[in-house]
Design a protein around this ligand. Structure first.
Ligand SMILES: Nc1ncnc2c1ncn2[C@@H]1O[C@H](COP(=O)(O)OP(=O)(O)OP(=O)(O)O)[C@@H](O)[C@H]1O
Ligand SMILES: [Mg+2]
Length: 225
């Protein structure tokens, strides 16, 4: 059974020019331990796809499954299930400014009632933020905040990790380091990683890459050239 599956996904938005059909019958299946890079021009629907896969937004048609479980954003208890099952890194991180680094990373543990300080410290060390755990978010650079967001996404050991340009604000060395933590964590746990990126080095390292064009994924399973 795939860790993550999107089947015949359709999603559109109302716009002044009429309805905008963003995803038009998109299929994506990700196996245990697999890293899939998603490419595509701005506005092609990459973030829309990740929101659907995360169960944050409703599909117009189609099905999202996490380890076979059919995701319904309206289902009671979905938020708790998502917190335990899915790690999210957004294009714009949503960290809490009033909490320090460690508190931000351990926040998902509070949601599901688990102590995750040890995991959080290990991840922060892997992100070269071990010495900053008591720092407030305001004291961090954009790249450091993004690394905190990645640590938070991984802290509960999610089966599915969805990352939307997680390294966009990082320099070369930090981008590769953060990606390596994501990839290695996912592979070691037999989880699934879907990563939206324009970074060619990351695309080349992924198990496969797919391109979002005209509402569907092209090059499904195609080896990287
Ligand atoms: N909530 C919304 N309401 C209306 N239109 C939306 C909404 N969200 C996204 N869109 C539109 O859907 C299209 C796809 O947006 P999306 O954010 O998924 O693109 P993207 O591939 O992630 O782009 P980028 O690379 O710039 O992040 C865009 O034309 C966008 O304007
Ligand atoms: Mg986007």
């Amino acid at each position: 059974m795939p860790v993550l599956a999107g089947e015949a996904l359709r999603k559109g938005y109302a716009s002044p020019e009429g309805r905008l059909e963003v995803l038009r019958g998109l299929d994506l299946t990700v196996a245990a331990g697999e890293v899939v890079a998603v490419l595509g021009p701005s506005g092609s629907g990459k973030s829309t796809l990740l929101h659907l896969l995360a169960g944050l937004d409703r599909v117009d048609a189609g099905t999202v499954r996490w380890d076979g479980y059919v995701v319904d954003p309206a289902a009671p208890g979905l938020a708790a299930r998502r917190a335990a099952h899915v790690g999210l890194v957004f294009q714009h991180h949503y960290l809490l400014a009033e909490l320090n680094v460690l508190e931000n990373v351990t926040l998902p543990g509070r949601i599901v009632g688990r102590r995750v300080d040890a995991e959080a410290r290990e991840l922060l060390a892997a992100m070269a933020l071990g010495s900053r755990e008591r720092a407030t978010l305001q004291a961090l650079s954009g790249g450091e905040r993004q690394r905190v967001a990645v640590a938070r996404a991984l802290v509960l050991g999610p089966r599915v990790v969805l990352a939307d340009e997680p390294t966009g604000s990082l320099d070369r060395a930090n981008a590769l380091a953060v990606y390596a933590v994501l990839r290695d964590t996912v592979r070691a746990r037999g989880a699934a990683l879907v990563i939206v990126t324009h970074d060619e080095a990351l695309v080349a390292d992924a198990d496969r890459h797919v391109r979002l064009e005209e509402g569907r994924l092209q090059g499904h399973g195609v080896a990287v050239a």
